[in-house]
Design a protein around this ligand. Structure first.
Ligand SMILES: *Cc1c(COP(=O)(O)O)cnc(C)c1O
Length: 227
């Protein structure tokens, strides 16, 4: 695991340098869905400091078991409104805010918890029916609505392109997310600073970094194939 992690960190570093970026501007979210608490502990011992989980129930148990570890947990799965309460309790950053209704509920739960919840808006750039996320056309509107909610801090956008065997094919989707970010950013909405772009997974993270990713979500390359 340590070797795999070091290999991934080295590739992130090289990909950033190759396109003239500061390697520190790209952070690794180690995706630990279906990975046991014990193996997560090993990854943290090897240097991981941020973990991404997809399922609330699984995350509740794991985070409880690993409560003493000095790590940040991010939520990267589809979030149902009735689970917002747990998400606010468990996660520093939620990557997958995709509707006004979920935004309102996260704001309400964050207020109750006395917390400012950091969030990203998930955009369905490809428009595939199987993918969650707000459409590109609706993203600006959702951002403007979130900006009005006092207990949410909106920090950027997230996307998942279709799966391709060749990572280059994902590039237009990453580029489209960055352009959308730039365009919304130019509207200068009060309290909105979309500095984060969460994009890139095991198969395509180097291309995502070349297109501006600041958070790469990588599971398989670190933990091996999921069972
Ligand atoms: C599982 C998952 C990942 C990690 O995928 P790998 O191909 O294993 O790196 C990243 N992002 C999301 C949203 C995921 O569900």
């Amino acid at each position: 695991m340590k070797e795999r992690l070091e290999g991934v960190l080295d590739r992130i570093h090289k990909a950033a340098l190759a396109c003239g970026r500061d390697p520190r501007s790209v952070r690794l979210v180690a995706v630990s869905k279906t990975v046991s608490a014990e193996r997560v502990r090993q990854a943290v011992a090897a240097g991981v400091d941020t973990l991404g989980e997809n399922y609330i129930q699984e995350a509740r148990e794991k985070i409880d078991t690993l409560a003493a570890l000095p790590v940040a947990w991010h939520f990267i799965g589809h979030l149902q409104t009735n689970k917002a309460k747990y998400a606010v309790r468990l996660f520093e950053l939620i990557h997958t805010l995709d509707s006004p209704k979920l935004a309102a509920e996260l704001d309400r739960q964050a207020a109750k918890a006395g917390k400012t919840q950091r969030v990203l808006v998930q955009v369905n750039i490809s428009g595939e029916a199987s993918k969650s996320g707000v459409s590109e056309a609706e993203a600006g509107q959702l951002v403007a609505e979130i900006a009005k909610l006092p207990h949410l801090s909106l920090e950027g956008l997230m996307t998942m392109p279709p799966f391709f065997d060749q990572p280059e094919k994902a590039r237009p989707y990453f580029r489209a997310l960055r352009r959308l970010r730039d365009e919304i950013q130019q509207r200068n909405l009060p309290g909105v600073d979309l500095r984060e772009l969460s994009m890139g997974m095991t198969g395509d993270f180097e291309v995502a970094i070349a297109e501006g990713a600041t958070l790469v979500r990588i599971g398989t390359a670190i933990f091996g194939e999921r069972g």
